[in-house]
Design a protein. Structure first.
Ligand code: CP
Length: 350
């Protein structure tokens, strides 16, 4: 495996990696996936390595795929629940004997393992937009082993890697001429992160698709990430169009990626406190934004529906779409979490 320049690196955002580096991780992921299908073992890739996994938020896919992934590469995982270990704290935010300063935790964990993976977003950081990523960066500053972001409010790079792996299995690495319809979708919850949208579009933008992104005017994404997506698309031969209806995103699309996410303008730092009640009222205005058969019928006959899961059935997507000919790809996408993360861990963990 040629992983030059990748060993020892942190995996915090996809923007920290070049397209070539992301392709290296994908190449390894695809080889390991083929091995899985053939029931070949590859426990010699990271033998005896330990992954510390720290979850501040619930998870099904991320926990299981990292745990199974490191095990299949020959290592093992520790699931650390912060309430059972003590809450990591930034300098100045400590409470005696309830929290532990991140600089200390990172150095201790580094001495007992080979990588530290962290998920921290939403309520546990008061919806402060960049706080989760600042905490993960603080771990990375003090850790002597790679730090992996398992999702914060801004980024979900493991998901983005699995998404682009899924797209490349469908269409190859050259996505020029492919229309990716991307959309906000309705959910009664006001707590679904925006990170998967960011990283779905960011990862895809490296490979030249035509992204048509539909959202109600109040549901903007991070302008810095939007700019990076546009810059990538200019370089890769794709295009970026923003529209205001899911129908426009779905029309003639190869893929419709439709999922709910929070309204950033009703969260800190724009507001002092998260405005969930107001957000709920706002979402009700767009209650019919569901990926349903009527919308999928506007897309190409062999179009796929994608969603990082978990999804809110009957709200973000209808049962007919998720369980029909369009929805299987969302489960390929979930499976690829395992393979893509194995490719990434094999690349960065020394
Ligand atoms: N897509 C994803 O990250 O799923 P989990 O929240 O179940 O980990």
């Amino acid at each position: 495996m040629i992983t030059e320049g990748l060993k020892g690196r942190d995996f915090i955002t996809l923007r920290d990696f070049s397209k070539a580096e992301i392709e290296t991780m994908l190449d390894i992921a695809l080889r390991l996936k083929a091995d899985n299908v053939m029931r070949r073992q590859h426990t010699d890739v990271l033998p005896g390595r330990t992954l510390h996994m720290m979850f501040f938020n619930p998870s099904l896919r991320t926990r299981i795929s990292y745990e199974a992934g490191i095990f299949e590469l020959g290592g093992n995982a520790h699931f650390l629940e912060p309430s059972a270990t003590r809450v990591p704290a930034l300098e100045g935010e400590e409470t005696a004997y309830l929290t532990e300063r991140i600089s200390d935790m990172a150095r201790v964990l580094s001495r007992m393992g080979d990588a530290i993976a962290i998920r921290i977003l939403g309520d546990v950081v008061g919806w402060e937009y960049d706080k989760g990523q600042r905490i993960i960066q603080e771990f990375a500053k003090w850790s002597e082993v790679p730090v992996i972001n398992m999702e914060d409010n801004i980024s979900h790079p493991s998901q983005g890697l699995a998404d682009i792996m899924t797209l490349s299995e469908l269409y190859g690495r050259d996505l020029r001429g492919r229309k990716l319809g991307v959309s906000w979708a309705y959910s009664p919850s006001t707590k679904k992160p925006i990170a998967p949208h960011h990283d779905f579009m960011y990862a895809a933008s490296l490979f030249g698709p035509d992204i048509v992104f539909a959202h109600p005017p109040e549901m903007r994404i991070d302008p810095e990430i939007e700019k990076a997506i546009q810059t990538n698309l200019e370089a890769s031969g794709g295009s970026y169009t923003v529209v205001d209806s899911m129908e426009d995103a779905a029309e003639d699309a190869d893929v419709l990626y439709a999922k709910n996410y929070v309204a950033l303008d009703l969260l800190p730092p724009v507001t002092q406190e998260p405005q969930h009640e107001e957000m709920s009222k706002l979402f009700e205005k767009y209650r019919d934004w569901t990926a349903d058969k009527k919308r999928m019928d506007l897309a190409k006959p062999d179009a796929r529906y994608m969603h990082c899961l978990p999804c809110d059935r009957g709200f973000e997507v209808s049962d007919e779409v998720l369980d029909g000919k369009w929805g299987e790809t969302a489960f390929d996408e979930a499976e690829n979490r395992l393979h893509a993360q194995k490719g990434m861990m094999a690349s960065i963990i020394p």
